[in-house]
Structure formats: structure tokens, C-alpha cells
Write a protein that binds this ligand. Structure first.
Ligand code: KG4
Ligand code: ZN
Length: 349
């Protein structure tokens, strides 16, 4: 039997290639965390194929829901609200999660809370710790590399973003180029452990000293030319005798260095005293330890998400729902319901 002041949120995440459903109590206590990865389906193509992702979500969303409820030890009717990632992401993949979320919310007559995927990647840090505001947030994922100035849990501004490839995307593309597999991040990190990060000086993609924007496509091209020679195309074979371990370590170093330099630039610009990281790339051990060293040197607090909550999951969706619900509670519930439904309808980004 649930206590009346207990807020149980069901989170649904289907923005890319993970079908994830989670149950979280009062924004902090993880009752279940189901993540069904589609990596095996996409790895043969070296990246996510949208049509395959959508079909896989359709097949796995109801079994994932059943598992998430079973793990949490609750019935569907115990849920206080349904939260769902509604942007950004693959439109067909988002539609699967949003349709299921809307159906459950409609059936239970409970609030439907739309959650922005990038914002929730940062918000998930609140599950394990209470963050100090304001802070500079950096989301580094397969689709985004974005710097935020976050003043309170739901109030923030984008202050920098990538102008081309995202950091995670550059790991994926370099791994594909080297024939290492998908997703590239964890594979490159593993190989880089045996390499020398100073062996090759790949370029750092700074757009300009004033801008807080990133650029990673030049770095990717530089690795391409190093491995295949000038005028190489995607089909050109990589040169013989290259030290792949050194290439991975030096490439990873260039990405991490760029991310740290730009984040520190944002910290100085905002006179911030805390940095918060989020997104798939933030589970990279080299990035975590170099950020830790940099933050200590600058006397800045650094918050890192739990490693299992860096890549896509639904805990971040269910947890952030509690924050949004607290904010909306003051409004008349029928109006909240209506506005949330409308927001969840408009999805494309
Ligand atoms: O946040 P996420 O799961 O999905 C998106 O929102 O995109 O991030 C996935 C990205 C992929 O590009 C993957 O290669 C990268 O995160 N990634 C890593 C590591 N683990 C995942 N990048 C570097 N090192 C890792 N250990
Ligand atoms: Zn993500």
C-alpha cells in the first residue's frame, strides 16, 4: 500500500536505441531501472538505423514495462504520474514511447509529464546527490555536446553547443573508420588504455577564443588523413603498420582536452563554482579523471553522474518528472493535464 505523499513516477525513454523504463519514488529512490539495448541490431551498420530502432522499440516496450513494474514491486495503478522523453530524438522512436505513455496516463487519469532528453541527462545527477546551484552543465552524448548555465533545477540557458559532430558521434565515427565496431566510445576507451596519448597531436576543435561552441569534425578528418593519407575517402583502406592504440589514446585526449578547456572557459565567463556532467561520453574514465584534476586545480566542485546513469536510461526521465510535478502542483490539475498533453504532442526537433 503506497503512502499518499509518496510520488511514484514511471519514466519512459525511447529517443534513440535503448528502450528504457524506470520507476522512481520521490525523484530519488530508484525502484526499477530497465534498459533494453539495441546495440546488437545496429552494430553491423556501424550506427543507429532509425527504422530498425523504431521497430525494436515497438517489440520491446511492453515486455520492458512489465519487467519495470515487477522489479519495482508495484502495480500500474500505484503510479502517480507518467513521464516520457518527448524531444529531441528520432521521431519514430519517440513516438513509440510517447504513445505508450499517453495511453497509460489516459487510462489511469494521471498527469503526463514530457521530459527533454538533454536536460534529463544533466538532471540525473540529482538522484544520488543534492547539487549546488548555479552551475555550468556539460552534456556529452552521441547526439549533443552542449554547455548550459543552470540557475535552478528547471531554469537554464544554452551557452555553447557543437557546430557539427557531437563528442560521442566523433568517437563512433572514428571507431567506424578504424573498423573497431559500434558504439565507438567504450571500444576506443578500452584500446586507448594501452596507448600513448601524446604520440600524435591531433587538433583541438576550438571555434574561436570568444565562443563557447565546439567543433569536432576537423578532428575526425585529421584522424582520417593520419590513418589513410591526404585525399582519402571513406573507402580508402587504412595504412599498414599504424599503432591503433596510440591513435585511440591521442584522439581521446584531443576530445577530452577540448571539452575541459571549453567548460573551464564557461566557468570563468560565468564566475561559476560548480560543473555538472551528463550523457554517454561522461562515463569515459579518462574524461572523468581529467575533469577531476582540472576541477581540483581551479577549486571548482565537480558532479559526475553514476556510471550506469550516463548512457540513456529512464531513471533520468522519472526523476526529473518529480521536479516538474512539484513546480506544476500549484496550478489547477485539469489545466496542468491539458498543457502537458499539448506539450507531449508537439515533438519534432
Ligand atoms: O547519452 P547516450 O547514451 O545517447 C545519446 O543521447 O546520444 O550517448 C551515447 C554516446 C555514444 O556516442 C557512445 O559512443 C558514447 O556515448 N559513449 C562513450 C562511452 N560510452 C558511451 N564515449 C566515450 N567513452 C565511453 N566510455
Ligand atoms: Zn542520451
Amino acid at each position: 500500500m503506497m503512502k499518499s505523499r509518496t510520488f511514484i513516477s514511471l519514466g519512459i525513454e525511447t529517443s534513440c536505441d535503448e528502450t528504457a523504463i524506470s520507476v522512481v519514488q520521490n525523484g530519488k529512490k530508484i525502484l526499477s531501472d530497465e534498459v533494453l539495448s539495441q546495440v546488437d541490431l545496429h552494430s553491423v551498420y556501424g550506427g543507429v538505423v532509425p527504422e530498425i530502432a523504431c521497430r525494436a522499440h515497438i517489440e520491446s516496450i511492453l515486455p520492458t514495462l512489465i519487467e519495470a513494474l515487477k522489479d519495482a514491486g508495484i502495480k500500474l495503478s500505484d503510479i502517480s504520474a507518467v513521464a516520457v522523453t518527448n524531444r529531441p530524438g528520432l521521431i519514430g522512436a519517440l513516438l513509440v514511447g510517447v504513445s505508450v505513455a499517453k495511453t497509460i496516463a489516459w487510462l489511469l487519469k494521471k498527469p503526463l509529464i514530457p521530459i527533454n532528453h538533454i536536460e534529463s541527462h544533466l538532471y540525473v545527477n540529482n538522484v544520488a546527490q543534492d547539487l549546488s546551484y548555479p552551475y555550468v552543465g556539460l552534456v556529452v552524448s552521441g547526439g549533443h555536446t552542449t554547455l548550459f548555465w543552470v540557475q535552478s533545477p528547471l531554469s537554464y540557458r544554452v551557452i555553447g553547443r557543437t557546430r557539427d559532430d557531437a563528442a560521442g558521434e566523433s568517437f563512433d565515427k572514428v571507431a567506424k573508420m578504424l573498423g573497431l565496431g559500434y558504439p565507438g566510445g567504450p571500444i576506443i576507451e578500452k584500446i586507448a588504455k594501452k596507448g600513448n596519448s601524446e604520440a600524435i597531436r591531433f587538433p583541438r576543435g576550438f571555434v574561436s577564443p570568444e565562443s563557447l561552441d565546439f567543433s569536432f569534425s576537423g578532428l575526425k578528418t585529421s584522424v582520417l588523413y593520419y590513418c589513410k593519407g591526404q585525399n582519402a575517402s571513406a573507402k580508402t583502406p587504412i595504412k599498414k603498420g599504424l599503432n591503433i592504440q596510440d591513435i585511440c589514446a591521442s584522439f581521446q585526449e584531443a576530445v577530452v582536452d577540448t571539452l575541459i578547456q571549453k567548460t573551464l572557459q564557461a566557468v570563468r565567463h560565468k564566475k561559476a563554482s560548480a560543473i555538472v556532467l551528463g550523457g554517454g561520453v561522461s562515463c569515459n574514465e579518462h574524461l572523468r579523471s581529467k575533469f577531476q584534476i582540472a576541477a581540483e586545480k581551479e577549486n571548482i566542485r565537480l558532479y559526475l553522474p553514476l556510471k550506469k546513469l550516463c548512457t540513456d536510461n529512464a531513471v533520468m526521465v522519472a526523476a526529473m518528472a518529480y521536479e516538474k510535478y512539484k513546480k506544476l502542483k500549484g496550478f489547477k490539475s485539469s489545466m496542468v493535464q491539458k498543457s502537458l498533453y499539448l506539450d507531449a504532442f508537439s515533438m519534432a526537433e
